[in-house]
Design a protein around this ligand. Structure first.
Ligand SMILES: [Zn+2]
Length: 635
């Protein structure tokens, strides 16, 4: 794709460069074609995983925190899910899945049209082709008694998925500009450094119970409107009018989802879990809440320090214990939907996010905090990832240790703990020790640099690349290609590979074959075995009907019609579609389709056109492509 867009520039230099990249990549590919993606599981282990995955009486799902995988009895799981539904603002939907999805889609199209996006091409980035209904599933809270569930709703490919992304981009800065905003634990650590305390100070954390579904929608939207009106930089992010943004938000908030046993529910209040807009909207609402009830000058309670990371708040209190209790009850009485759980410091210690905070004299001393349920599992050294990526993980952890630990003894303890953990994850001891030893000098340099204004060097480095390739990681091959591509100013990012979690956690309902979309597919003739190869972003079912209609209407540009017209005793095997590729990106799908058509003998296929032009240098891989296609046909 990088090559194509280079050629579209059109000047001889770019065209030559494109060809250079092509020749290099195809050469590397030739060398690397027989290399296999590495797996760190034995055949027996894979067999056991397959059997667990097929058991119908259990559900395998991720734990709420700490990277563990939970196996739960299916009946229990469903019961826990309905408990969540009963506690929230949900009612059973009265309309069908299709009616509900079409309804939202049409509202969205009408709104975009009214904003002047009259051409389909203008609307396309904000719409989802062949949308699907959201699914509710549970994460199990392994650190709480009786292992309750936390509801998650997967909204990927919901009709509003794309427009939500755009609205989130517009709203995020309003949340980030709020007084109580914590970006991450490093940001919080910097703020904690500045606090002076005395013996009467109290530390506590507050947690807002199931925040997103409890945000009062009507009030929250009013807050968003006010924040947009007060935002002087809005014009830099969008040309859209505030009224239009608000109408789009209302369309996006309408949420329906399916349960694991197939029922559809509609959310009647609160922000949908799993939609990207819920984050900034809840944030903007809470900033209003804090300004109105806590930071306002007439409020008798004045927390000395109050900062918030989504639904977690950290407080330093200086007005005494009795007042602290009263303050808590005051908070609980403000808005019936917003409820807090308070955790007070114990023996002068308060864990918050991943920071262990301890009072020591007149200041707060910190170190790294880990929940007991943390599995201490990181990507295994022997897993299928580039070594530089795996090194990045340990370096990140070590950096965090240096940043968050104030006292040398805490840091030493943390580093020795990290050494054990990474050795347990199969990292070579010698390497781990070396990285840790080198970290001292590096971190000192970094902390000096932090005092100075942030250099733009890092940013420039990223944007230097002309394009970035995403490919699966293959040991030995990937490193080479990466090095050579860098010379052409093309970056490379390894794609996420298969994990055990991905292999056995199937929480989303399987989509029936003909309802699947984004495929390169083939149909064949029942009598002469000729193939038709096509690609579609729509659901396969709709694409099939279009073909069948074209045949019925005698459309001369349809390959099936032409084939059946010249061979009038032949018939197409419509009931048997074979999927050759699964690709969301339209342009990549077109390229994959063309590569396959190009690899076939012309007598083998009934396609009338070859599709996108394919560069000759790929021809030598045609036998390999034919092999891959043959394997797909059999499976
Ligand atoms: Zn035929």
């Amino acid at each position: 794709m990088a090559c194509q867009s280079l050629e579209e520039i059109g000047d001889p230099d770019s065209i030559a460069r494109a060809q250079g990249i092509r020749n290099m990549v195809s050469g590397e590919l030739r060398k690397g074609f027989d290399m296999k993606i590495k797996t760190n599981l034995s055949k027996e282990e894979r067999e056991i995983l397959r059997k667990i995955g097929e058991d119908e009486t259990i559900i395998i799902c991720p734990a709420d925190k700490g990277k563990a995988i939970v196996i739960e009895d299916k009946e229990n799981y469903i019961q826990k899910m309905y408990q969540q539904i009963e506690e929230g603002d949900y009612t059973k939907a009265t309309k069908s899945e299709k009616t509900l999805l079409d309804g939202i889609h049409q509202k969205l199209v009408a709104q975009l049209k009214s904003m002047g996006l009259t051409d389909f091409k203008q609307r396309r980035p904000y719409l989802v082709t062949a949308p699907v209904m959201a699914n509710m599933y549970l994460l199990i809270k392994v650190h709480k008694e009786n292992f309750p569930g936390r509801a998650v709703v997967s909204q990927i490919d919901d009709p509003t998925y794309q427009i939500c992304k755009e609205l989130t981009r517009i709203l995020n800065p309003l949340d980030e500009a709020g007084d109580s905003y914590i970006k991450d634990s490093f940001h919080l650590k910097d703020m904690l450094k500045e606090i002076e305390i005395d013996e009467f100070c109290r530390l506590a954390s507050l947690d807002i119970k199931s925040l997103y579904p409890k945000v009062p929608v009507k009030k929250a939207l009013e807050c968003v409107r006010e924040a947009l009106q007060a935002d002087t930089t809005l014009k830099d992010r969008t040309d859209w009018a505030i009224d239009d943004i608000m109408k789009l938000l209302e369309i996006c908030i309408e949420t329906h989802f399916k349960t694991i046993d197939g029922y559809i529910y509609t959310q009647t209040d609160g922000m949908p879990i799993g939609k990207s807009i819920s984050g900034p909207i809840a944030g903007i609402y809470l900033h209003w809440f804090e300004r109105t009830y806590i930071f306002n000058g007439t409020c008798e309670f004045k927390p000395h320090f109050w900062k918030r990371m989504r639904d977690d708040i950290i407080i330093v209190w200086k007005q005494g214990d009795v007042e602290f209790d009263r303050f808590y009850w005051y908070l609980m009485g403000i808005e019936p939907r917003i409820k807090f759980t308070m955790e007070r410091e114990k023996n002068g210690i308060l864990p918050f996010m991943d920071i262990h905070i301890r009072r020591e004299d007149k200041r707060l001393v910190t170190k790294v905090y880990r929940k007991e349920t943390h599995t201490n599992r990181y990507l295994n050294w022997r897993s299928n990832h580039s070594k530089s990526f795996l090194l990045g993980i340990i370096k990140g952890q070590i950096h965090r240790a240096h940043y968050l630990c104030d006292l040398k003894e805490d840091l030493m303890e943390e580093l020795s703990f990290l050494r054990d953990v990474f050795v347990m994850n199969s990292y070579p001891l010698k390497l781990v020790t070396e990285v840790i030893n080198k970290s001292w000098e590096k971190e000192t340099k970094k902390s000096i640099l932090r005092e100075q204004p942030i250099s733009t060097k890092d940013k420039a480095k990223k944007s230097e690349y002309y394009d970035i390739l995403h490919v699966p990681y293959i040991q030995g091959f990937t490193e080479n290609l990466q090095k050579k591509l860098r010379r052409f100013n093309v970056g490379m990012v390894p794609k996420k590979g298969d994990t055990i979690k991905r292999a056995i956690c199937h929480l989303k309902q399987e989509i029936p074959r003909m309802q699947q979309k984004n495929r390169v597919y083939k149909f064949d003739c029942a009598d002469c075995k000729k193939w038709y190869i096509g690609e579609t972003g729509q659901k396969m079912e709709s694409r099939k009907y279009q073909h069948q209609n074209d045949v019925k209407n005698g459309k001369k540009t349809n390959a099936f019609f032409v084939h059946l017209e010249t061979h009038n005793t032949h018939s197409i095997r419509w009931q048997e579609v074979v999927y050759l590729e699964n690709e969301e990106d339209w342009k990549k799908r077109k390229i994959k389709e063309a590569l396959i058509i190009n690899a076939m003998e012309p007598t083998q296929i009934m396609n009338l056109e070859k599709g996108m032009e394919i560069n000759q240098c790929w021809n030598e891989f045609n036998p390999n492509i034919r092999n891959i296609v043959q394997k797909k046909e059999k499976s």
